[in-house]
Structures are given as C-alpha cells and as structure tokens.
Design a protein around this ligand. Structure first.
Ligand SMILES: [Fe+2]
Ligand SMILES: [Fe+2]
Length: 199
C-alpha cells in the first residue's frame, strides 16, 4: 500500500486565510475520528502547534489558529480510512476551500510516507511534533506522576530503547528536528512543558 499523494500543490491561493472555526473542526473530528486515543493525539499535536506559533514564533492569534487547525486535523482520516491517509482529509479541506498552507502542512507531515516535502515552518514543526508527541505521551502513561517531574534525560533514554513505543520512528524524529533547524532537546522540553495542557 502506497500513501504517496503524487502532487505538491494543494488548495487555491485565493483561499489563503480561510480556516475552519474551532466548532467546524470539532464537528469534523467527531464525525471522522471515533477512536478516543487518536482524538487525544490530534488534540495534543494541535495544542503543541498553537503554543509553538505563539511562544516561539510570536505569531498573531489568526496564525496561531492556522497552526492549531493543521495540527488538530493532520490525522483526521487515519481512523476510518487508513489506506487513504492523508489524501481524504486533503480533498475534504480543498472541497471546503481551506487555506492552502494549512493543507500543505497536513500533506507534508510524513515526507517518507506521503512524498510531500515540508517547506514552511508550520510544515516542519508539524512533522517534528507528530512522532515525538506520541512517544512522550506513551512515556507519560508509564510514569506514576505522568508529565510531572518528567525530564529530558528520561525521554532521551526512551528514544534509545528501540522496543519502547516501537512503532515510533526514531529516524523520522531526528530527520524532522534537522529540517526544522531546532535542537531535538528543545522540542522535547517544549512537549514536556505543554503537552499535558491539551484539551
Ligand atoms: Fe499521520
Ligand atoms: Fe499523527
């Protein structure tokens, strides 16, 4: 099964700035994503994207919302249509005339799988957060205090254990940090600090 999307252009330039409201995104997510664990993952990545846009990039609230929606919806079709991931959500967002940069970020969240290169900082941070967020969440579940007291060195240790969260690609994690131009340690610390607040 190939998930290669086979194109690099998404949406229409004239739709720039057209983003789903929180309510529209919630409705779409609740219709498409029945698995609560996947919903949590999407919310966590959405929250990390929003907080990064705010704290590290100093972007406007409108841009923070764009980053949030890209993160929130990146896996929207994975639950019910894994063979069409992430073509189906891309087509849905194009049908709704959503901002092309948001669609591009979703399309490039796994360059090895989808054949779309991350270009913008939004693209690159979505790719950087995706797998690492999952690994750190798995780590929080095995710690009696969850995220409280979690340390960088603990996460780095889990990263080195190839049987811990074995489905999380270590190669993609380091490739993503390289492309984002952000030290891996900074991304890990940011996730430790913010992921628990995802709603
Ligand atoms: Fe995905
Ligand atoms: Fe994901």
């Amino acid at each position: 099964m190939s998930m290669i999307i086979g194109r690099q252009e998404f949406g229409r330039p004239e739709d720039a700035g057209n983003i789903l409201t929180n309510e529209e995104a919630e409705t779409l997510m609740n219709e498409w994503v029945l698995n609560p664990k996947l919903q949590l993952h999407m919310r966590q990545v959405g929250h990390l994207m929003k907080m990064w846009a705010k704290e590290k990039e100093g972007l406007t609230e409108a841009d923070q919302h764009r980053w949030y929606i890209a993160g929130l919806l990146h896996d929207a079709d994975w639950d019910q249509w894994p063979d069409e991931h992430c073509k189906k959500i891309i087509e849905e967002l194009e049908r709704r005339h959503i901002d092309p940069e948001v669609i591009h970020a979703i399309a490039s969240h796994g360059p090895v799988h989808f054949g779309v290169e991350p270009v913008t900082k939004m693209d690159k941070m979505l790719y950087a957060f995706d797998e690492l967020s999952g690994l750190i969440h798995a780590y929080s579940l095995m710690r009696p205090t969850g995220y409280d007291g979690m340390e960088l060195k603990g996460v780095k240790k889990r990263l080195k254990e190839k049987y811990f969260a074995a489905n999380v690609s270590r190669e993609e994690i380091s490739d993503a940090a390289d492309r984002a131009g952000v030290p891996l340690e900074d991304i890990i610390l940011f996730i430790i600090a913010h992921q628990k607040d995802a709603e």
